[in-house]
Ligand binder design. Structure first.
Ligand SMILES: [Zn+2]
Length: 270
């Protein structure tokens, strides 16, 4: 007898509310998670997450909790680091002073490959670049955004994103990556097909341990001014034919997308 898990119960409520239907826990012996009473709708709940990323994130939050040396910035910085980078537990102690120095000498961009070449050539910025390279910073981008009338108390800061920030171009590409991950989980479509239901819904939870490339459009980990071009996907998902409906929801932001077989719709705090 399989117990209903909390993220399954929440997913069920979301689907019930949006679709206006009633579902019952059905996974008592390894089948699909939920079925409607009349047997026409089946729901399977899954999550896409990464263990290595989890350990890098937990180390980064320990580093944030320790606090960083006081640095005053003239603008915000978006800092990208690999989500599998080791040594993250001292990241916030090592990186902000180097970013402040970078800003002080008038630099607005850091790229690890260009910086590595500069260090080999013993360039004048090597002293600043080296700690950033050692900490695993892949990219850092200065965001001056001087006028912020909506937030007069804004203090410029460093926004760290774990994940190769530049490697997806938008929601469509994140969706493609998600489809690749789902293809590695063939048991979901198998269970849905075996249910015999006409509507076969797959509900996918993303969370802060999901690969950044996939979670980027829904995570709201970056400030809103960096969110342009990350709306609803514009392409049809390459779904296994056993899946008729696809739900993708981020468990912290509670933002999501629903594909109903024909079009995408946005889910806000569903
Ligand atoms: Zn700022």
């Amino acid at each position: 007898m399989n117990q209903e898990r909390p993220n399954e119960a929440i997913a069920k409520q979301v689907v019930e509310r949006v679709m206006g239907i009633q579902l019952e826990h059905a996974d008592t012996h390894g089948g699909v998670d939920y079925m409607s009473t009349d047997g026409t709708v089946a729901l399977e709940v899954t999550a896409v997450t990464d263990g290595e990323k989890q350990s890098a994130r937990h180390a980064l939050s320990r580093s944030k909790a320790k606090g960083s040396p006081t640095t005053t910035l003239q603008g915000c910085w978006l800092v990208f680091v690999s989500d599998t980078q080791p040594g993250m537990k001292t990241f916030m102690q090592r990186v902000p002073p180097a970013i402040a120095e970078l800003e002080f000498v008038g630099e607005t961009y850091f790229d690890d490959q260009r910086a590595a070449a500069h260090v080999i050539e013993k360039g004048e910025l090597s002293r600043i670049y080296r700690p950033l390279l050692d900490a695993g910073v892949e990219r850092a981008v200065y965001q001056p955004h001087p006028d912020r009338p909506e937030d007069p108390d804004h203090v410029h800061r460093i926004w760290t994103s774990t994940g190769s920030g530049g490697s997806v171009s938008g929601s469509d590409e994140s969706l493609d990556r998600l489809m690749e991950e789902l293809n590695e989980k063939p048991d979901n479509p198998t269970k849905l097909l075996a249910s015999g239901a006409e509507q076969r819904h797959l509900f996918v939870w993303l969370n802060d341990d999901t690969w950044y490339n996939i979670a980027r459009p829904l995570s709201r980990e970056s400030p809103s001014w960096a969110d342009d071009g990350w709306g609803l996907p514009t392409t049809k998902p390459q779904l296994d034919p056993s899946i008729t409906h696809l739900w993708v929801v981020h468990d912290r932001s509670r933002l999501g997308w629903l594909w109903d077989g024909e079009k995408w719709q946005e889910l806000r705090d569903p």
